[in-house]
Design a protein around this ligand. Structure first.
Ligand SMILES: [Zn+2]
Length: 211
């Protein structure tokens, strides 16, 4: 009896997390869950899953940023991006780094299971391609600090800690670099001002008990 394949589900909505976990467990997978990107990274320090399924629209660290950190730090893990805000993979903004996309409102759990099985089957060759890619960093602007200065939250790909950084030049949309606040590893990033990463409005999550 081979050991069970492990799936990490990252979603800020408990009902989605639980229904996905139920679905995957029923299909024979071992499932762990995380409530946002920070929580997901914390878990990755101790355990590496075979596949990650992540929501894109989450508070704290958005799925966009989480996936870009993942691809650079754990290129061997295939990921499925999940969202209720985009109807299909074609609508997802550029720069999102995922192997597959699943729209939350689709109600086709068998499709999700098929995708998971497909990623597990093609995992080795995907990992090779991931290693060859130089994944772009995707950093949303987070807001303004108490003095009204815009800031972003960067995540170090080496030590996986996150730290805020003031944005002094708003219109720079090119690769920048800053040392990690904790371990001093240079962190390369692009601030993307063009896309909103706010969680979708409440009505989009109505009927959220079903995936
Ligand atoms: Zn660091």
């Amino acid at each position: 009896m081979p050991s069970k394949r492990q799936i990490l589900v990252v979603d800020d909505e408990p009902s989605i997390r639980e229904s996905m976990a139920r679905l995957l467990k029923a299909a024979g997978y071992e499932v762990t869950t995380a409530q946002d990107g920070f929580d997901g990274l914390l878990q990755l320090r101790s355990e590496i899953p075979d596949v990650i399924i992540s929501d894109l629209n989450m508070p704290q660290m958005s799925g966009f940023e989480f996936l870009s950190v993942l691809r650079r730090r754990f290129p061997e893990i295939p990921v499925i991006a999940v969202s209720g805000a985009y109807g299909s993979g074609d609508c997802v903004p550029g720069g999102v780094i995922a192997d597959a996309f699943y729209a939350k409102g689709d109600h086709h759990p068998e499709e999700l299971l098929r995708t998971v099985a497909e990623l597990l089957r093609t995992r080795a060759e995907r990992a090779m391609n991931h290693h060859r890619q130089s994944a772009p960093v995707w950093i949303p602007r987070n807001g303004k600090d108490s003095k009204g200065v815009p800031f972003i939250v960067l995540t170090c790909t080496e030590c996986l800690r996150s730290f805020p950084l003031s944005v002094l030049h708003e219109n720079l949309q090119e690769i920048q670099e800053t040392p990690c606040l904790f371990c001093f590893t240079p962190v390369r990033y692009i601030i993307d001002f063009s896309l909103s990463v706010a969680s979708p409005a409440e009505q989009l999550t109505a009927g959220k008990a079903s995936v």
